[in-house]
Design a protein around this ligand. Structure first.
Ligand code: 5GP
Ligand code: ZN
Length: 121
């Protein structure tokens, strides 16, 4: 984390820095995970890098292990949450057509119920 870029006006940077009180379901030096404020499934968690990366489109080669770790954190959280066997979905919205609202890279971990089709409309 030391020396990593973070943005004062980015809500997920502020959550990562502890400036917005948020209960983490997982945290290490580079990654944090917490429940979505507006859950779209029985289980809905967000996994973020603590470093500011605006979206997957801005991820670089140097972020390779960070991105891999985020996937493994999702796996671990699914096990912890008891949805590893029933199944889950990992979503990364990127850019306008995906409906990405928060310009700080995040994976949605969704599960705990049948999730239906991939895209609406
Ligand atoms: P996006 O559409 O950018 O992929 O998803 C952003 C997600 O962040 C949304 O599901 C939204 O509910 C969630 N979210 C936005 N602000 C906050 C917040 O302050 N706290 C938490 N826990 N989730 C947030
Ligand atoms: Zn940020």
């Amino acid at each position: 984390m030391e020396g990593e870029k973070q943005l004062e006006d980015c809500i997920f940077c502020r959550i990562a820095l502890g400036q917005i009180p948020t209960k983490f379901v997982y945290e290490d030096e580079n990654i944090a995970a917490f429940r979505d404020i507006n859950p779209r499934a029985k289980v809905h968690m967000l996994i973020i890098p603590k470093k500011h990366i605006a979206s997957l489109a801005q991820a670089e080669e140097e972020d390779q292990s960070l991105l891999g770790r985020m996937c493994l954190v999702a796996r671990r959280l699914a096990e912890k949450e008891g949805i590893a066997n029933s199944g889950y979905r990992l979503i990364c919205n990127c850019g306008k057509d995906s409906g990405q609202e928060i310009a700080h890279l995040h994976f949605h971990l969704l599960g705990g119920q049948f999730l239906g089709i991939f895209a609406e409309e």
